[in-house]
Design a protein around this ligand. Structure first.
Ligand code: FAD
Length: 601
């Protein structure tokens, strides 16, 4: 087992030197925090990740959950995880003080989530989902619902889920058929089937609270008829107890990766005795659920980057220790072998991984910064942050998800044959991360969201704000001699992004939406490379400032490492925009024209 799965120094760099998390403590909402408390929280999180989560990473993979007598049996440590995350305040960390939360900034809270996910992604899905589900109830539920469900969820005794998907309704949630028949007040009788529901049942908690989408009888067709319900596995009996709520786990699926976390198929209300409680107003369910989905999308992006981070450190450790071959310039066959990290191609593989994981993590931190600004800033400034977060969410979900696959694959490659065997954790990381482009909206869905909606919303306002943000970083970079060449490169690339986006928008008007969106996934990839180059420019600028001070020897290495990783991104990854631009401006429409019949034989 590798010794390291995350870099504390990099977390501190992002928090304090790039994103200036301390500046948030000027605002009343975050004023109870300071550097000392942030450092203590980070230390506690690293300790918990190392002691509780990391040691059972492999075991949770090898002993996946089983369905036994209608109950999902998970690894016994899941109960401990939920208890410790509840008692330690980790589930409630970002919640307001009135909910017994710590009111932690997103930047700190999500950094901790990143550490937990790097240590053991399966393990952290249980409390992570619960926090997001509880947040949905505090945002849109009534006081009685908050009082009944939120304390045991934040305390780690009850699991929260998001129950959306049905056999015929995955990407297209408009087609759900789970029904809700009004009984009295906010109580409805629920009936239907849900599939793939993460943590839909398990013996690590005393109850499971589904945040479920269903259609009230007679509701309008499509997404306008979807409502949100709290559907507990055991419902309150009105006398302080709980009774079964007619939800059956009909199967658990056998997954390729993150096997410690079960996904379930649920049969709901087969005996006509399942009660659900309407959250907020009828027919607004999907709009409410988007809060949880957007937060989960960022969580998925962070999970992908975190898993790839752990894989990178495992590959690095191996590359430093594994002797193999000699330098190309060494002619003496009796000369000792060198560690494989001495070979340029191995360094290329390590640099790909590092430039990806640190670039992606910075992009996620940028999103957290906007989430924090949305809370503390008022008026136009708050709206600006909200728009930027909205624009970047599909990017921050998809780029890490997609790129974590080649990244963890290269971690395997660094280990050669051992990488392909389960003696080392990298094959598990590769399997664990493969889910991310699929759940919480596939990459295809995210591409259409970015190009079809986000880039055009409010007459392109969010996109213009993004361009302004990148231009700001370019101006800062241009002022530092060693950074100026990177800033100059990004300036040209950004101008090209504006031109390409305008051209595509014109095509949407001239040739219609089907042509416009046919390559939305490629546009997403293109936009992502620009966004991550922006984050590398910000990191290189901060590293240059660090080098201007009097860095210690280890900081000198760290800042130089940043420079070289950023340099790799600008010289190896960013040029990929050229091919994407060529395709996006190419007017050939083969993917639209090819008849499905032509795929036969
Ligand atoms: C491990 C795991 C955990 C999950 N956890 C949960 C959970 O907790 N709660 C929950 O509700 N669901 C969950 N899901 C379900 C998940 O969100 C869906 O699998 C996902 O939304 C995709 O839906 P689908 O599987 O039906 O695929 P489909 O929607 O059938 O998509 C298949 C392919 O077709 C493409 N496609 C579909 N429609 C279009 C279109 N209109 N235009 C272009 N391309 C299209 C997709 O991009 C994809 O590549 C989970 C799934 C897995 C595997």
């Amino acid at each position: 087992m590798a010794a390291k799965f995350v870099s504390k120094r990099n977390l501190q760099f992002l928090l304090y030197e790039v994103f200036d998390v301390l500046s948030l403590t000027r605002y009343p909402y975050y004023q109870q925090h300071n550097k000392k408390s942030f450092d203590l929280i980070l230390d506690a999180c690293l300790k918990m990740a190392k002691k509780l989560l990391f040691p059972i990473l492999e075991e949770m993979d090898r002993k996946p959950p089983e369905l036994e007598n209608g109950r999902v049996k998970v690894h016994p440590a899941v109960r401990t995880i939920m208890e410790q995350f509840g008692e330690g305040g980790w589930i409630a960390a970002k919640f307001e003080e009135r909910f017994d939360g710590e009111q932690l900034p997103y930047m700190i809270g999500d950094c901790c989530q990143f550490v937990f996910a790097a240590a053991n992604y399966s393990g952290v899905t249980f409390p992570g989902l619960t926090a997001k589900a509880a947040r949905l109830i505090t945002s849109f539920g009534n006081q009685a619902q908050i009082d009944t469900y939120v304390p045991p969820m934040l305390g780690g005794q009850w699991q929260g889920t998001m129950a959306l998907t049905e056999p015929q309704a995955g990407s297209s949630l408009a087609d759900i058929t789970t029904t809700a028949v009004p009984l009295e007040g906010d109580t409805y009788q629920i009936r239907g089937q849900k599939i793939f529901i993460s943590a839909g049942d398990h013996d690590g908690v005393d109850n499971v609270v589904h945040l479920m989408l269903a259609k009230i009888e007679g509701a309008p067709a499509g997404v306008r008829g979807i409502s949100l319900f709290i559907v507990p596995q055991k419902r309150p009996d009105g006398q302080g107890g709980l009774v079964p709520n007619d939800i059956i786990v009909s199967q658990i699926y056998h997954k390729m990766g993150y096997k410690g976390s079960p996904i379930t198929e649920l049969s709901i209300g087969e005996k006509n005795d399942c009660r659900g409680y309407l959250v907020g107003e009828p027919h607004k369910g999907l709009a409410y659920m988007f809060q949880m989905m957007n937060s989960a999308r960022l969580g998925v992006g962070a999970g992908a980057a975190a898993i790839a981070t752990a894989a990178y450190y495992a590959a690095l450790e191996y590359a430093q220790a594994r002797p193999q071959g000699r330098p190309l310039t060494e002619r003496d066959p009796a000369a000792p072998q060198v560690p494989i990290i001495a070979h340029a191609d191995v360094r290329r593989m390590l640099l790909f991984q590092r430039s990806f994981v640190e670039g992606a993590h910075a992009l996620l931190m940028q999103c957290c910064r906007y989430a924090d600004e949305e809370i503390v800033l008022e008026g136009d400034a708050g709206e600006r942050a909200a728009l930027l977060l909205d624009l970047l969410t599909p990017v921050a979900k998809s780029y890490p998800s997609e790129t974590s696959i080649p990244s963890t694959s290269l971690a395997i490659q660094c280990l050669g044959g051992y990488g392909y065997c389960d003696d080392f954790p990298v094959e598990q990381y590769f399997r664990d991360t493969r889910i991310h482009p699929i759940h919480e909206g596939t990459t295809g869905v995210q591409g259409m969201d970015l190009l079809g909606r986000k880039v055009r919303m409010q007459n392109g306002k969010a996109f213009d704000l993004f361009v302004e943000e990148v231009q700001g970083a370019i101006v800062e970079g241009e002022a530092i001699e060693t950074v100026a060449p990177f800033a100059g490169t990004l300036k040209g690339i950004l101008e090209e992004l504006v031109e390409v986006t305008d051209t595509l928008k014109t095509r949407a008007v001239e040739e219609g939406i089907a042509v416009y969106l046919s390559d939305a996934t490629l546009y997403l990839e293109y936009f992502s490379l620009v966004a991550v180059a922006w984050q590398w420019l910000r990191q290189i600028t901060a590293a240059a400032r660090g080098l201007q001070g009097k860095p210690s020897k280890s900081d000198l290495n760290f800042y130089n490492g940043k420079f070289f990783s950023g340099r790799y991104f600008f010289h190896y990854e960013l040029p990929k925009t050229k091919g994407l631009v060529a395709r996006l401006l190419d007017t050939d429409t083969v993917t639209l024209d090819m008849d499905p019949a032509f795929f036969q034989d």
